[in-house]
Design a protein around this ligand. Structure first.
Ligand code: ASP
Length: 465
């Protein structure tokens, strides 16, 4: 306690000294320096007051609530720009650190997973079950989405949204970027980036890793040296993730505050019915996965699953990225819930890339909602088009924040819905992105449990983080 007090006091003094020096040397940059220091002091205070006795999931949860309160309170006090531009730096930093590990982790863990499954016939059965499970659950998700939006009809009678959305979009487009925003958008991503596989398409990496893993499996004991290297690298990446996860409460706090400050509560209220329809559909699908599939096919009670996956679920909610959450998802599914390690290492990286139940459901609801706002009546044929393209788009969507928005025009164009209608839903996209990402990783993890069970490889789980 005493050491922490001294550390806090020392970092605050250092921050003040740097700030005073900078204000004296560069008076015109003073507000920027002051904002950065205030943000750093807020984070230091958060770290200080966060009870260290709490387990990590609970710490993340407390940080999440703290972030919501801070984001809302500061936005009410007119400090929205401070939250987004300066507090946001810590959220960006956290996501970038996680991203640093993703690509090599996908590569190495798929190789270890495929080679670990060993017997090529067993690999075939796990592969076939994986694809069948992913295809069926995604189809169910889209059907749930279509049923909800057709039953609730959130867009009917809300035609006024069209102009409002266009105005909000124009406003945000050409504002000058602050120093904090430039740090988040330009500086940090240039420094914190994995040098080996930067910018690689994850599908290409998965494809290569699958083949290399299968070749190593076929070589049997001759592959042992290479496999030993990959296995120890796999452990090293997981260690790296655990280190980064120590910063999770800070990252989650900053990300939540930024999300709430960006969205504001007023705009959400205008789009409440639409938001509720999506959340209701996502909730239904989440229920099917966790309370039906998991206990019935995976033989894992919902409580054990939810408790084991809690850190990953919270992280996916605050990062809106199934890719960034992937290392934690693998760790939770295998060690805490008890899914087979090899099957998890094989299925989850693939799932994070191609299996997005929440995204599929969301894009279907959003498309029909836009059609309703435009007063279009979509018949069976157009809805089948939405169904098919939503499934395809969810496969192609990158597991990053807002990944599916970039592909939405494909669905809209296929069903002859005006593409500019995206502006109508963009205002609440971030919040719904958080919710759908939770469902995305839940779909993947329940899959790992179900397939592990069907292969007779389910463990006891229950290991602490
Ligand atoms: N953010 C989602 C994910 O990472 C993708 C999306 O639907 O935009 O899973």
């Amino acid at each position: 306690m005493k050491r922490r007090l001294i550390l806090l006091a020392a970092s605050l003094c250092l921050a003040l000294a740097v700030g005073a020096g900078a204000a004296w040397a560069f008076p015109e940059a003073f507000p920027v320096v002051a904002d950065t220091l205030v943000a750093a002091a807020a984070i230091a205070a958060l770290l200080f007051i966060l009870p260290k006795r709490l387990a990590l999931p609970m710490q993340i949860f407390v940080a999440m609530i703290g972030g919501i309160v801070a984001g809302w309170g500061l936005a009410l006090a007119g400090q929205q720009a401070f939250v987004i531009d300066y507090l946001g730096i810590f959220g960006t930093l956290f996501i970038l650190l996680l991203k640093l590990v993703i690509t090599p982790l996908i590569f190495v863990s798929i190789i270890c997973g495929v080679a670990g499954i060993g017997d090529v016939r067993r690999l075939g059965s796990v592969g076939a079950k994986t694809l069948a499970y992913y295809a069926c659950t995604t189809a169910v998700a889209v059907l749930i989405g279509l049923a909800c939006v057709n039953a609730i009809r959130p867009g009917v009678g809300r035609e006024s949204l069209r102009e409002e959305a266009a105005a909000a979009r124009a406003e945000g487009a050409d504002e000058a970027r602050s120093w904090g925003r430039r740090v988040q958008d330009d500086m940090l991503p240039k420094i914190i980036q994995n040098p080996i596989m930067a910018g690689q398409n994850p599908l290409a990496i998965i494809f290569f890793a699958l083949f290399l893993g299968a070749a190593l499996a076929a070589m049997e004991e001759k592959a042992a040296p290479a496999l030993a290297v990959f296995r120890s690298l796999d452990k090293a990446f997981i260690t790296l993730v655990l280190w980064i996860m120590v910063l999770a409460p800070v990252g989650v706090f900053a990300l939540m505050a930024k999300a709430i400050a960006t969205l504001g509560l007023g705009y959400i209220a205008t789009l409440a019915k639409y938001t509720l329809t999506v959340v209701f559909g996502l909730g239904l699908h989440f229920g099917v996965l966790v309370f039906l599939l998991c206990p019935l096919l995976g033989r894992v009670p919902a409580k054990r699953f939810l408790r084991g996956m809690a850190p990953a679920l919270e992280l996916s909610f605050s990062t809106s990225s199934s890719s960034a959450t992937l290392p934690v998802t693998i760790d939770c599914a295998a060690r805490r819930v008890g899914a087979d390690e090899n099957i998890s290492s094989f299925m989850l990286p693939i799932g994070a890339t191609i299996n997005m139940d929440g995204t599929a459901l969301y894009t279907a609801v959003a498309s029909l909602f836009i059609a309703q706002v435009y007063g279009l009546h979509l018949g069976a044929e157009a809805q089948i088009m939405v169904f098919l393209t939503a499934v395809l788009v969810s496969i192609g969507t990158a597991g990053i924040p807002g990944g599916s928005i970039a592909l939405m025009p494909i669905i809209l164009a296929a069903a002859h819905i005006p593409v500019e209608g995206i502006a109508i839903v963009i205002g609440v996209d971030r919040f719904l992105d958080m919710c759908r990402t939770v469902v995305n990783i839940t779909g993947d993890s329940v899959g790992a449990v179900v397939v592990s069970q069907s292969e007779g490889a389910m463990g006891a789980g229950g290991q602490a983080p």
